[in-house]
Design a protein around this ligand. Sequence first.
Ligand code: NDP
Length: 446
Amino acid sequence: MDPRVSQFMAMIKSRNPGENEFHQAVQEVAESLIPFIEENPRYKQAKILERMAEPERTIIFRVPWLDDKGDVQINRGFRIEMNSAIGPYKGGLRLHPTVNLGILKFLAFEQVLKNSLTTLPMGGGKGGSDFDPKGKSDNEVMRFCQSFMTELFRHIGPDTDVPAGDIGVGGREIGYLFGQYKRLKNEFTGVLTGKGIEWGGSLIRPEATGYGVTYFAQEMLETRGEGIKGKTVSISGSGNVAQYAAEKVTEYGGKVITMSDSNGFIYDPKGINSEKLNCIMDLKNIKRGRIKEYAEKYGCEYFEGKRPWIVKCDIALPNATQNEISEEEAKLLVKNGCICVSEGANMPSTPEAVEVFLNARILFGPGKASNAGGVATSGLEMTQNSMRLPWSREEVDERLHIIMKNIHKICVKYGTKENGFINYVDGANIGGFVKVANAMIAQGVV
Ligand code: NDP
C-alpha cells in the first residue's frame, strides 16, 4: 500500500475504532484520491479529505416502541449528517438488524461523493436503526416509525436534511415516517423522498436505482462496442433495486438468470421474463415471502445459503448488500467470462474483488456511480416538491437517463488511464470529490 495511504488510514482507524466498513470505504477512496491530492496542493493544505472523513454531525438516539403483545421494545436510531458543502444532507434510512455506526458512516461517506456525481445540489447523509421489519406486523412497523421520527424530526427539514429509503425502508415505512413528521411539524413539505405518488412522490423513483444501474452498464458496454442485448445477466437480491434492474435488463433484450435473498439464490437458465418477474414482485412486495418459493413454482434450481456468482454470466449486477462478492467469487466470475459488473448495492464487492476486476480489465462500475440513479431521482422529487409541479413518467425517466450518461462521462474524464483503460473507481472518486472539495474551500474552514 502507498505509505501516504497507510499513514492516513492509521489516523482514520485510531479515531474510529472497530468501524470496519467505514475503514474499508475510506481506504478505497483514499487510494484514488491521495495521489490526486498530492498533485493539487490546495486540497492538501485545506485538509479536505481529513474533513470529509469526519461527519459534520452524528445523532444517536433511543427508539422505544410497543409490540403487539404490549411489551416494550428498544432499538437504536442513527442519523449521520456527513457533508453539506453542496446542498442539504441527503441519503437513505436503513432498517436492518446489522445496522451500526460504522456501517452508516461508510454509507454516508460514499453518499457524499455519489450525490456530487449526480450533478444535483445535494450533500450527503445516511441513517437508520437496528430494527428488523421482517416478521413484524404493519402496526408494529408503524409504531416503530412513529417513535423513530419523534426524535429525528428535530434534526431534518426540506432545506436541512432529506432522508429517503434504503434496505428495509420502502413506501410503507416512508408513509409512516412522513405522517408523523407532518403531525409534529404541522407542515407538508418535501422532507422525505420516496413518497407515494398521491402525496408528493415522483414517478420513476421506485424504478430509479435499478434502471440507473442498467443504464450505467449499457454506457460502459458501449465503450467497447457492446450492449446488454443478447447477454446473460446474473442479479443478486430480489428487493427494490434488483427487481427494477431485472425489468430494465429484460427491456434491453438481456436474459436475467439469477435472483436471490438472504437465504439463497434461484437459477433459471430459461430467463426470468416479465411474467415471472411480476411473480417475484408479488412474492417480495406483497406476500413478503422467500425467493425459494419461485424455484418451487417454476421448477428451477435453488441454492440454499449460496450467492449467484458461481453461475456463468456475461454481466453481474450485485444488488443485495455490502461485501457480497468475495475475491474467490470475483475470480470465478472473470474465469466464467463475465465482462461487466455494475454495482446496484453499496460496496457489494470486497476490496480484493475490486482488485480482481480491475486487474482483469473488465468493465467495473462502482456503486457510487452506477447506483446513483436512485438518489438522483430523489433529487428530482425534491425539485418537483419545491415547484409543486409533478413531471410525467417519460420526463423523469429521460432526466434519469441523461444523469446516468453524465455520471458515466465524469468517470471517463477522471478515470481514463494512459493506456486507454477506464478505471471507473478512480473516475467516480475523483469526479465526486472535486466539486465537494472546491465548495468546501470556497466556504472556509467550517
Ligand atoms: P431491499 O430491502 O428492497 O432489498 C434488499 C435485498 O437484498 C433483499 O433481497 C434482501 O434479502 C437482500 N439482502 C439484504 N441483506 C442481505 C444480506 N446481508 N445478505 C444477503 N442478502 C441480503 O433493499 P434495496 O433493494 O433498496 O437495496 C439493495 C442495495 O442497494 C443496498 O445495498 C442499498 O444500500 C443499495 N441502494 C439502494 C437504493 C434504493 O434506491 N433503494 C439506492 C442506492 C443503493 P431478504 O429479503 O432476505 O432480506
